[in-house]
Every structure is written in structure tokens, then in C-alpha cells.
Design a protein around this ligand. Sequence first.
Ligand code: NAG
Ligand code: NAG
Ligand code: NAG
Ligand code: NAG
Ligand code: NAG
Ligand code: NAG
Ligand code: NAG
Ligand code: NAG
Ligand code: NAG
Ligand code: NAG
Ligand code: NAG
Ligand code: NAG
Ligand code: ZN
Length: 715
Amino acid sequence: MKLILLLIGAIGAIGARACQRELTLANTHRHVKRQSSNATFPPVLDTNEQILTNSFDNTSISQWSYYYTHGNHVAGLNKTMAQWTADKFAEYGFTSRLDEYEVFLNYPVSHSLSLTYANGSTLSASLTEAVLAEDDTTSYPDSIGTFNGYSFSGNASAEYVYVGRGQQVDFKRLQALGVELEGKIALAKYGGPFRGLKVKNAQEHGMIGAVIFVDPGDDGNMTEANGVIPYPNGPARNPTSVQRGSVQFLSIYPGDPTTPGYVSKPGVLRADKSGSVPHIPSIPISWLDAQPILQALDGYGTNGTAVNRTKWIGGIPNVTYSTGQGSGARLSMSNIMNDTYNPIYDAIGILNGTNQDEVLVIGNHRDAWIVGGAADPNSGSAVLIELAKAFQALSKTGWKPLRTIVLASWDAEEYGLVGSTEWVEEYIPWLKTSAISYLNVDVAVAGPIPDFSATPDLHAIATDVMKKVIYPFHGDTSHTLYDVWQSISGGEFGVLGSGSDYTAFLHRGIASIDLGAGGGPDDPIYHYHSNYDSYHWMATFGDPGFHTHKAIGQYLTLLAYHLANDPVLPLEPADYAPALTSYLADLEDTISATSSNSTLDLTSLSTAISAFVDSATQFNTLRTLALSTNDAGLLAVVNHKARDFSRGFTSQGGLPGREFFQNLLFAPGLDTGYAPVTFPGVTESITFEGNFTLAGEFVGRTAKAVEVAAAILRT
Ligand SMILES: *[C@@H]1O[C@H](CO)[C@@H](O)[C@H](O)[C@H]1NC(C)=O
Ligand SMILES: *[C@@H]1O[C@H](CO)[C@@H](O)[C@H](O)[C@H]1NC(C)=O
Ligand SMILES: *[C@@H]1O[C@H](CO)[C@@H](O)[C@H](O)[C@H]1NC(C)=O
Ligand SMILES: *[C@@H]1O[C@H](CO)[C@@H](O)[C@H](O)[C@H]1NC(C)=O
Ligand SMILES: *[C@@H]1O[C@H](CO)[C@@H](O)[C@H](O)[C@H]1NC(C)=O
Ligand SMILES: *[C@@H]1O[C@H](CO)[C@@H](O)[C@H](O)[C@H]1NC(C)=O
Ligand SMILES: *[C@@H]1O[C@H](CO)[C@@H](O)[C@H](O)[C@H]1NC(C)=O
Ligand SMILES: *[C@@H]1O[C@H](CO)[C@@H](O)[C@H](O)[C@H]1NC(C)=O
Ligand SMILES: *[C@@H]1O[C@H](CO)[C@@H](O)[C@H](O)[C@H]1NC(C)=O
Ligand SMILES: *[C@@H]1O[C@H](CO)[C@@H](O)[C@H](O)[C@H]1NC(C)=O
Ligand SMILES: *[C@@H]1O[C@H](CO)[C@@H](O)[C@H](O)[C@H]1NC(C)=O
Ligand SMILES: *[C@@H]1O[C@H](CO)[C@@H](O)[C@H](O)[C@H]1NC(C)=O
Ligand SMILES: [Zn+2]
């Protein structure tokens, strides 16, 4: 489901643009910058790297993409596609199987939405995306309608309130303006928090339904208002496009909402799910359907400018984004879902390594809301098949990986990371003792701009491998991926929040990276979770020629190769040191920004960080010794320390009110879902609870976690 945030920056040549992620948090993360140094061009590769790289073919990638984007593959509805994937893994030399889970899912039966003006006349929303002659899959009869996964079945008829992006701060602002929320329907704009949290916030304010619209104001320069032609004839947003998606409360619990913390197998006890899915109905709509609904509020209550909230005003023409108290207009909505328990299938491929106690997992989800899904997730699926093919080319030379490689094609990611979470819950004893890293590729390509988020121990190898890949950027093929990434991101990795399948791994203390490429303000609009995220869009606008797919695939493959094969496991525990220091500085800023007079003693945390720095130094000394003495036993010891130390950052009890999230260094924000918060137990006890006692408890727990990691590293 990964949302590629639009990168707002200046257009122009490489080197001229600054990347600014859409930060929704009180504190901005001080990302750890990597040293800039010039990569050789063209890159110099060793024989194995050449075999892997040369195996990549844009035409075969486009064939895999075509396969995945021409059949209904909503979670649980296409076992054939799961088996096809497992068969491909087997064809390329991996031992393959399907891992099956029985999970709660729901599918749309019917829905409707109408607007009634004060004068009694009514208008029905179309709730459909236009069928386009140019784009074959938009007319597939079995394509599923515009709906929210895990939404509640019900009707609502009431006055409605525009709530901006639906964050808690937006609701606070409405309350301050005296806007009545109880018993009303929320009209929310996409952007900012994960959509399920918009519905959660509405529900918690006594609202009885939610309608969520896509806004062209989030489309950078690529808008019809700027004179850009919409899809299918041009790169701007098709005005009928709708963003489907799950309304699970992603920051509380991912996975099957009826089996928190345990595996969804037939016959298991099903828990009450009301804490992680909504109990009010919701419907996603296009900006075209939203326009008259917003316009009916114009001139009433407080206008958008006066509300004065971040991104409150969007880009729908002729709308003031008023809160609209007193317009007399009403909405009537109905959303009927079929609640079921259905089998889902994770396709798994395994290539045994010599060291079976060291396992690399590479995953991509396969399910999509729509028949297409050419970017999300099947650009990643196509790349994963091509990766398997490349490893077969290398195996043919007699090569065998040092470490075991596991490929995973997840099902039901879109409903709430279900396939990966259930799988981690099933295999956690094995993963805890042997996983060296998890590499996630969800949206491999939705545009040309590389974007990587990773745990700090993966930054060094992830950077080095970028220098080995030629990366096409707006038609220019004279740079490495490293050069392009450096000039766009300034050499910064993002911090992992949530929104894709790395979540369960990260929160069990496994080193993780999420990689892919998205669009900037001047690139074609990627119609996230819409029928227009199709093969036709990808081949015409997103990645004509599939060259970016090829480059991202080569990058993922070489990264996997080094992690699975380098005698010295290329994880750098010491790179956590500057990261921890910057998270501590952020926390200090958060504390001083609160109006409360309470103080928090952070001594234990800074002491733990110093202990970690010492351990990392000792670890590096030991690793140098292992190398210089060529001592295999000692090398195994240091490799296992590198594999294991990050397990220390997790705590059994998890974060306040969300036991699943065990990593005490980073987690999705409670009210963001996608975007991360660092030292979340401490930070959110302050920013959400205002509870310094709880914050103090979590300073202790977080310090303890850092101490445990330091102890594992210590020699
Ligand atoms: C990188 O290359 C540029 C231009 O060739 C040069 O000016 C710069 O000093 C180089 N930087 C490093 C770190 O080598
Ligand atoms: C499953 O996906 C394949 C490939 O896209 C497609 O050919 C097939 O029709 C789909 N099956 C179902 C039941 O939709
Ligand atoms: C009712 O009000 C709406 C919005 O102002 C207007 O478009 C419509 O024409 C009106 N209908 C009648 C019957 O007056
Ligand atoms: C494109 O967007 C950027 C950032 O919003 C802005 O600085 C630039 O002026 C825009 N360019 C055009 C042609 O609209
Ligand atoms: C919005 O409301 C404020 C305060 O009432 C007013 O000054 C301003 O002119 C209004 N703006 C628009 C665009 O209506
Ligand atoms: C808008 O809100 C910000 C703080 O959130 C405040 O600094 C600014 O003065 C406000 N602007 C207006 C016009 O009220
Ligand atoms: C906005 O309003 C103007 C003036 O009434 C009208 O000409 C234009 O078509 C409207 N645009 C949209 C997209 O509704
Ligand atoms: C609901 O799903 C079940 C099982 O998937 C199916 O048998 C039933 O026909 C569906 N009912 C409706 C109303 O779609
Ligand atoms: C891979 O290793 C596992 C565990 O040792 C073993 O059961 C399996 O047979 C091996 N697979 C192959 C293809 O050698
Ligand atoms: C693959 O790349 C070649 C060379 O640029 C191009 O001619 C071909 O059309 C591409 N294949 C596809 C399927 O786009
Ligand atoms: C903080 O302390 C000052 C001075 O003692 C006091 O005036 C103020 O009310 C206190 N604020 C809070 C939020 O307790
Ligand atoms: C603050 O947290 C502490 C420790 O968990 C708890 O005992 C206390 O009830 C909380 N206070 C409030 C006001 O929620
Ligand atoms: Zn996805």
C-alpha cells in the first residue's frame, strides 16, 4: 500500500533539487547524512555482479508486469496468481510453496452517496472511475468498485463537516472554532495521516460516517489548473480517479484484526476487532464527486483561510474549503460490505545457503485493490521475478549463497500488512534467531526519483551498492543511482514508519530497508490505488521502456547478493550511534516545545547511548581482528553479533496501547500511520498523553533496550 509522498522541490538538472518529505510530525528528523564521494562511471563490477546485472532485461520485466496487471488480484481472490509466482520461483531454482492463512477480509456489496441541498434538491455521487478506451483494464468486468477495505457496513444521513486531512489537530481546531461534530458526517481530504486514522478520529469525535476525497492540490505542478492534460491523453490526474484503501487503524495493529499477536489458522479463536477497525461507514470519492459537496458549504461557517490549518485548502477549482456550519446541506451514505474469513496465500521461495543460521528475506506484496496495480505493488512483483531469474543465472556458474535467501510474495498487504504479519507471527522463532535483514520492495517504480528508508545498520551497504548501478533519470543514462540519489536526497535515508510489509520485521528487531522510486512535482501523476495505476499508464507515462524497473531491480539484486554472500556480514552497528544521538536531540526539542513545566530526566538514555557507542567501537575492533587473523570462528561470532544486536531495541510489552509495536527506536506515529516517530514511547507519551510519568517510564525502557543492544555487541 506504500504511499509515495510527492517530493516537492525545484525542477531542473540533477543536483538542483532538494527533497522535502511531507513531514507531519512536531519534530523533523535529523536524517543521518552519508559522506559524499564520487562514484566511478561506468561502475566497475566483479564477475558475479556482472552476471546478476546483465541478466536484467526490461522486456521480460514488462512481461511479468503485464501478467500481474491483467487479472483481479484483490486479497484472497486469486490463488492462480499466487501459484504462478511460486512456480516462477521454482523455475528459477528456488524451493517454493504457498503459505496459507485464513483471515478476516471484507468485500464491497453496494454503496451510494448523495447530497441534499437545503432547498431539497439532490445530487448523487458517481462513485465510479471512467472507463477509458485507451486503457484496457479499466473496463474489466470483475474489477472491484471504489471502497475502503475493512470498512463498516452501515448507513448514515446527516449534515456534514469538512475536517481537512482529519488529523487530531484538525479536529482540535474545529472544536476551538465551535464547530459541532457529534452526529455529523466527516468529509476529509487525503494526505497526511493514513486514511484509517482519519476515520478513527472522526469516530472518536462522535461522527457517524466518513467520506474521503483525493485532492489535485497534492499533485504538484501536474494539474489541469496549470493547463496539464489529464490521463489518458496527458500526465495530469484523471478527475474521476479514486483512492481506494484500507481503513484499519494501522498505527495500533497491523495484520488480521481478529488474531492480534497470533497466527490466523482455521479454527483459531477470533478476538474482538473493534479496537483496530472502524465502526462507522466510510467511502472514498474522486475530486469531481467532492466538488459540489464542498461547494455547498461555501459561504457558511469559517472559510478555509480563516481555519488556518496545514494543507486545509486544496486545489479543487472554485471551492473555499469552508467548515460550512449552517449550510443546511446533508449527505446520505450507504456502505454495505460482505464480511468473510478467506484464505490468503503467501508465495515463498527458498535458496539454501551454506550458513543456514543466517537468513535474508526479500519481500513484495502481490495483491492490489484493482485489476492493474502496475506501480503498487506489481512493479515490485515484476522486479522480484527478475531477481529470481538473475540468481538462477548466477547459480548456473556453480555459485551457492553463503546465507539462505527467502523470497516472499505477500498476499493481503493492502488490508493491513496481513500476509506478512501473519507469516512473521508464524515463523518468529526461526526469524528471531536467524534473520540478518529484510528487504522490502512494494512500489518499485511510480516515477523516476529514488527513495530509500532503512535502519541505520543498512545505510553503508545500501549506499555502496548504489554506486554499482547505472540509473536512467529523465532520459539521462550517464549517472549511477548513487549520483542521482545524492543530488536528490542529499544522501539521506528516511526513517521507517509503516505502510508496507517491513513493519512486522522491524518491530521484531530485524534490520530492514524499504526501497523504490516515485514521482516529483513535475512527473506524471501516479494514480495511487486507482484503476489508472495500470499497465497502460506505466508503459505510457510511469516508466516507458521499463528502464527504471530494470535499474531498481538491479539495485535490489546486488544489495541482496552482498548481504547474502559477503563473508563479513555488511551490517554496520556503529551507524546507529549518530542516529541515536540525533533522535535524542529531537526528543530534547520536543520536551522544550511543550508548554508543560514538567521535566524529564534523560540521563539514563544518554548513558545507554554512550554504552552503545563503546560497544560498537569494541565490535569494530574485534571484526578487524577477525579479518586480519582470518579466523573463521571469530568471524562467525562477529557476524552473529551484527545479526542479533538490533533485537535488543525491542521490548516485549511494546508501546503504550499498542503491544504489536515493539521497536522502541522508531514506529509509525499514532496519528500518522505512515510517517515515523523516533523514541516513540517517550515522544508520544508527551505529545499525545501529556503524561510525563508515562514518558519517564519509557525513558527507562528505551534506555534498557539500547543497553541490551549494546550488551549483545559487546566483546
Ligand atoms: C567529485 O567530482 C567533482 C567534479 O569532477 C570534483 O569537483 C569533486 O572534488 C569530487 N569530489 C570528491 C569527493 O572526490
Ligand atoms: C488471476 O490473475 C491472472 C493474471 O493476472 C488472471 O489471468 C486471472 O484471470 C486471475 N484470476 C481471477 C480469478 O481473477
Ligand atoms: C437548490 O440549490 C442548489 C445549490 O445552490 C442549486 O444548484 C439548485 O439549482 C437548487 N434547486 C432548486 C430546485 O432550486
Ligand atoms: C513546480 O513546483 C515547484 C514546487 O512547488 C515550484 O517551485 C515551481 O515553481 C513549479 N513550477 C511550475 C512550472 O509551476
Ligand atoms: C475568510 O474569512 C476571513 C475572516 O472572516 C475573511 O477576512 C476573508 O476575507 C475570507 N476569505 C475568503 C477567501 O472568503
Ligand atoms: C495561523 O496559525 C499559526 C500557528 O499555527 C499562527 O502562527 C498564525 O498567526 C495563524 N495565522 C492567522 C492568520 O491566524
Ligand atoms: C470554475 O468557475 C468558473 C467560473 O464560474 C467556471 O468557468 C469554471 O468552469 C469552473 N471550473 C471548474 C473546474 O469547476
Ligand atoms: C459473501 O462472501 C461469501 C464467501 O466468500 C460468499 O459465499 C457470499 O456469496 C458473499 N455474499 C455476498 C452478498 O456477496
Ligand atoms: C534446505 O535446507 C532445509 C533445512 O536444512 C532442508 O530441509 C531442505 O531439504 C534443503 N533444501 C534443498 C533444496 O536442499
Ligand atoms: C526495452 O528497451 C529497449 C531499448 O531501449 C526498447 O527498444 C524496448 O522497447 C524496451 N522494451 C519494452 C517492453 O518497453
Ligand atoms: C509553569 O510555571 C509557571 C511559573 O511557575 C506558572 O505560572 C505556569 O502556570 C505553569 N504552567 C503550567 C502549564 O503548569
Ligand atoms: C500517566 O501514566 C502513568 C504510568 O503509566 C499512569 O499510572 C497514570 O494513570 C497516567 N496518568 C494519566 C493522567 O493518564
Ligand atoms: Zn503497496
